[in-house]
Structure formats: C-alpha cells, structure tokens
Design a binder for this molecule. Structure first.
Ligand SMILES: C[S@@+](CC[C@H](N)C(=O)[O-])C[C@H]1O[C@@H](n2cnc3c(N)ncnc32)[C@H](O)[C@@H]1O
Length: 223
C-alpha cells in the first residue's frame, strides 16, 4: 500500500472499518485526486443500502449475490457482511490497488465477503448479480449498460449520482449529451434531475427488452 496514505479506524452503523484519512474535513463527494477518503455525508446513503439489502436477503428464494461495485475502502460491502443477517455473499470491488489492499484488510474476518480488483464494467460482463451498487465520483452513466446486462431477473441496481449540477440544470448541454434530457434549474430541479437519471436507466434497460421499477428514489446533500 502507498506509504503516504494514512489509515484511521472509524465506526459506521455497528461496523468498524479502516478508511483513508482525509487531509482536511470536507462534506463533498470524496476525492478525485489519488484515493477516496471516508465521506461522512454518504452515511445515510449507506444506511439505506444496509436496510434495503436486509429486505432483499429476507425475500430472495436463493441466497443473493451482492456487489459493492465501486467500493473505495469497501465500507458499504463490509457493512453488508457485518450488519445483514441471513445467507448471502458480497463481492467488494475497486480497480485501485490501494483500495483493493484496504478492502482485503477490511473484509478479512468476514466469510461472506470477497475482494475484487477489476474494472467494474469488466466484472459486470463476466458475472451476474442480484444487487449491484454503483457509487461513482460524478455520473453513473458509464456503468449502466453493463449493470443492466449483468443484473439477474428481479434484481436491484442501486445507483448514486453526484453530478447534481448537470442533472439540476447548471450545465444543460452536458445533461443533454450525457442523459439525453433537458434539465430545469428551478425549485423542482432535484425532482427533475432524479427523474432524468431514472429515465436514462429505463431507456438503457429498454434496449435489452428489460423493464425497471423504481423502488426508492431520493435527492439529498450533494447526491
Ligand atoms: C466515490 S468512490 C466510492 C465510495 C464508496 N462507495 C463509499 O461508500 O465510500 C468511487 C470509487 O470508484 C473507483 N472506480 C472508478 N472507476 C472504476 C471502475 N471503472 N472500476 C472499478 N472501480 C472504479 C475509484 O477507485 C473509487 O474508489
């Protein structure tokens, strides 16, 4: 592991996890330079994933295969492994070597978790999952096509977008190019941004003769 990176142990939910220490306190969408740090402002997002996946595990006929596809420290997948009761497996993936080494350290005591060091699009073309979590820096559009092809019938894709300026109408041309839709910068911009994202996923699903059913959708903080 890169020697300049400093680790700290934090607790989120009921799970202890090692994360990269941030140089300064920030509420933003993580770090684009180098490696991602622990982003406290995404805690609610991860809490909801844990609650939702507990429901999924309780309601799947066979033990489901979950994927934390863009895992960074692996905090979300590690929380699944520790906090969800029942029979399931979770793959915790990141293409960064520092992230992969940290994921291996974080999952070491969980038999139901496996670390992976792949480009998410390659991994999705090789394996099928019951739950795919996509939590990128910025827009998730680059992963939607492969996620739609990889998801099992009645599976769940959990998708976060932090390109809110684009989705909410600050950059309408970028929004049109990226999502094929025109945003509206106004009091309803977050609602419209969310619908643009869901619409994009529905259009990609339609290409493969699949349909989607939005289960939980919300906009908060920077995502
Ligand atoms: C926003 S961070 C993920 C944060 C994490 N989900 C959490 O809750 O703390 C995005 C991560 O995606 C990884 N990444 C970006 N593109 C990728 C790709 N094509 N395949 C695999 N990992 C990728 C980056 O290395 C980074 O760690």
């Amino acid at each position: 592991m890169n020697k300049k990176l400093v680790l700290e142990k934090i607790k989120e939910g009921s799970t202890d996890v090692f994360v990269f220490k941030a140089k300064k306190e920030t509420k933003g969408p993580g770090s684009k330079e180098g490696v991602p740090f622990y982003n406290l402002s995404m805690e609610l997002n991860r809490d909801l994933s844990v609650v939702f996946c507990q429901w999924l595990v309780d309601n799947c006929k066979k033990p489901p295969l979950l994927l934390d596809g863009l895992a960074a420290s692996g905090i979300r997948g590690v929380r699944f492994a520790n906090e969800i009761d029942g029979d399931f497996q979770v793959v915790v993936n990141d293409w960064g070597s520092d992230c992969y080494n940290l994921i291996k350290k974080n999952i070491i005591r969980y038999k139901n978790a496996e670390a992976s060091n792949s480009n998410l699009n390659s991994l999705l073309s090789e394996k099928k999952f019951d739950y795919i979590d996509i939590d990128p820096f910025g827009s998730p559009v680059y992963f939607i096509d492969s996620a739609i092809r990889s998801i099992k019938n009645n599976g769940v894709i959990a998708c976060t977008a932090t390109d809110t300026a684009t989705l909410c109408g600050v950059y309408p041309k970028v929004c049109f190019r990226r999502y094929g839709a025109i945003p509206f910068h106004s009091v309803v911009m977050k609602e419209i941004g969310l619908r643009i994202l869901i619409g994009f996923i529905a259009k990609v699903a339609g290409v493969y003769d699949k349909g989607i059913n939005p289960l939980i959708s919300y906009a908060t903080n920077h995502y």
